[in-house]
Write a protein that binds this ligand. Structure first.
Ligand SMILES: [Zn+2]
Ligand SMILES: [Zn+2]
Length: 366
């Protein structure tokens, strides 16, 4: 069918919205009319070729919309269902079977390589365009997803606010609730107050953390963090964050989350921990540099470091849980989302890259 898709051609050139041909849904797939799609830093990383994704490609991996048609063998979704699209996974490897699909053995092939059993999905003037980004490529008016990564939600929910539940907010909330699992009354520091970091702030508050500290270099984001439940904020560019955290917590934080991938900040997220503290590292770094830490800091303090992909989420359980939080007013997504028309994709990209908007969401259909 004919669709409009935003095509990323090179790091230097803007996205262009063009008419393309999208294949029909194959076995196990659903065709989704995309109503909205959030923009995540991984879209920027792919366009800048910081991650190995061949261009030209249709990016976009926080799509939300309505199922238009289903492919052969699909039993759990039907036309008319509202869905949030999330990352893809194979469903049969050791990690998928164990309930940790973000570590799927096929994660890279499915989410970055666009692996699709039914062959190529998008063509422009007869030539193949890279598709299947995170098993969706949702910077488009229609997208093909699999039954596994399209998660049904209630029809009364606003799709433009639900879109970030597919990746950014899922990562922040999952990292806190599924990986770190802080006890009530503990302290948690978030480095980087973008959509992932603010998701972690909201989750820390939900978990009952009584000291929630956000570190960022942008004043506007620190204000957002305070609105969303942070008890303290630190201007990371101007102050020694570790010294500030020590003075707030006494002996260091129980937990930290780094969402920046900046080597010096990663080091701070470890150095700020108290004995037996735990940190979660969730960002892919584009830096070639390493970082320095005091010798023996891990042994002496008994620290735990966890790398985390996509919040270690099982999307079919975490997305409904986040919807319940949203309905209860505990995950106020409207405070981080700003909508842009689909044809404003380049402005929206600029807005997230510069940090002026936490979570731009493109609206294809309202
Ligand atoms: Zn798998
Ligand atoms: Zn993402």
């Amino acid at each position: 069918m004919q669709i409009l898709a935003a095509i990323a051609t090179s790091p230097e050139t803007p996205f262009t919205i063009e008419e393309c041909e999208l294949a029909e849904p194959g076995p196990g797939e659903v065709l989704v009319a995309v109503h909205a799609c959030g923009i995540c830093h991984t879209d920027i990383a792919a366009k800048l070729r910081h991650i190995p994704v061949p261009l030209p490609k249709v990016l976009g991996h926080e799509g939300a919309g309505v199922v238009e048609r289903v492919g052969p063998g699909v039993t759990t979704l039907a036309p008319g269902d509202h869905v949030v699209m999330t990352f893809g996974s194979c469903g049969v490897c050791e990690h998928c079977n164990d309930g940790h699909p973000s570590y799927c053995d096929d994660f890279t092939a499915i989410n970055f390589g666009g692996k699709r059993d039914a062959g190529e999905a998008i063509r422009r003037e007869g030539a193949t365009i890279g598709a299947g980004f995170f098993a969706q490529s949702a910077f488009a008016t229609f997208a093909l997803a699999s039954e596994r990564n399209a998660i049904r939600i209630d029809k009364d929910l606003p799709l433009h606010l639900m879109a970030p539940l597919g990746c950014g907010v899922l990562t922040g909330v999952g990292t806190v609730l599924r990986v770190l699992k802080p006890s009530a009354g503990t302290s948690l520091v978030v480095f980087g107050a973008g959509a992932v970091g603010l998701g972690a702030v909201m989750a820390a508050k939900l978990a009952g953390c009584t000291t929630v500290i956000a570190v960022d270099i942008k004043e506007g984001r620190l204000q957002k963090a305070l609105e969303l439940g942070a008890t303290h904020v630190i201007q990371g560019g101007q102050l020694d964050a570790v010294a500030q955290i020590m003075s707030i917590t006494g002996t260091g934080a129980h937990f930290s989350v780094d969402t920046t991938g900046v080597p010096d900040v990663v080091a701070q997220s470890i150095a700020c921990l108290r004995k037996r503290g735990s940190t979660a590292q969730v960002a892919l770094s584009s830096s070639k540099d390493g970082y320095k830490l005091a010798p023996n800091i891990f042994v002496g303090r008994g620290l735990q470091v966890r790398g985390v992909v996509e919040g270690d989420a099982v999307p079919s359980s975490l997305i409904p849980q986040m919807v319940a939080f949203y309905r209860a007013g505990l995950l106020p997504l409207e405070k981080i989302v700003q909508t842009f028309r689909f044809d404003q994709i380049n402005e929206a990209m600029h807005a997230i890259a510069s940090g002026e908007v936490v979570k731009p969401v493109l609206v294809m259909k309202s």
